[in-house]
Design a protein around this ligand. Structure first.
Ligand SMILES: O=C(CO)[C@H](O)[C@H](O)COP(=O)(O)O
Length: 226
């Protein structure tokens, strides 16, 4: 079992009967969905799930998890997802799967948000390893990009893996991947990105995690945030 699988299984064991569970997106989230589905099937765990992306929704449905519509709920018990970067103050960078707005809505609406990582995700500053994904209204992307350049950012629209098209979120928006100076801290960047008109959402998740679960030397170590 690899580290992602190990931490995902650990998290799935903590889900209780009857919970409404938010499903994240990515390889760690996929392991979690699979183990949750196994418990549902073999242990009669009666959970319902809501998904942060079309791809996770399809996976959940294919595994016979009871999927509820995003627009039919106003809260959930727990949201479980991976992250690309986590700092010592539990600020996260997310969004390689690019459905940022849905991920952040679920993280905020959940009573608890469990973040599943391995040590490679721990960083000194947000943006250390990845650009900041910024979900933008398609008609405004050029003006948003210029606003972000005036903040010191550099970057461009995210392309599909084959570089033959642009990535589009399930909400129909485009994604700018922006690199900012190391001097701009994540709190300042978070505020500035959130205050830029045309930005729908961005990948800095500040003060949203309730627990970070990290595999260290094969053991899951939990850090409770709130
Ligand atoms: O934020 C995300 C998707 O938008 C993912 O949680 C993040 O990219 C981590 O992915 P993985 O579990 O595959 O390492």
């Amino acid at each position: 079992m690899n580290d992602k699988e190990r931490v995902a299984h650990y998290a799935a064991q903590r889900v209780k009967d009857g919970m409404l569970v938010g499903l994240g997106t990515g390889s760690t989230a996929n392991y979690f969905i699979e183990e949750l589905a196994r418990r549902n099937r073999e242990e009669g765990l009666r959970v319902s799930v809501v998904s942060s992306s079309v791809v996770s929704a399809m996976k959940a449905q294919s595994l016979n998890l009871a999927l509820v519509g995003f627009d039919t709920i106003n809260r959930l018990d727990v949201y479980v997802d991976g992250a690309d970067e986590v700092t010592a103050d539990f600020t996260l960078l997310k969004g390689r799967g690019f459905d940022l707005v849905r991920e952040k809505i679920l993280a905020r609406a959940a009573d608890q948000f469990w973040v599943l990582i391995d040590p490679s995700k721990q960083v000194d500053r947000i943006g250390a390893n990845y650009p900041i994904p910024v979900e933008v209204m398609p008609f405004a992307w050029q003006m948003v990009k210029r606003s972000l350049e005036l903040l010191g950012g550099r970057g461009d629209l995210r392309q599909t893996t084959n570089k033959d098209g642009l990535v589009m979120t399930s909400y129909g928006s485009l994604v700018l991947d922006m690199v900012f100076d190391a001097g701009l801290d994540s709190k300042a960047l978070n505020d500035r990105l959130s205050n830029t008109p045309g930005v729908i959402e961005h990948g800095i998740f500040s003060q949203l995690a309730s627990a970070v679960l990290c595999v260290i030397d094969g053991q899951v170590v939990e850090q409770r945030v709130k």
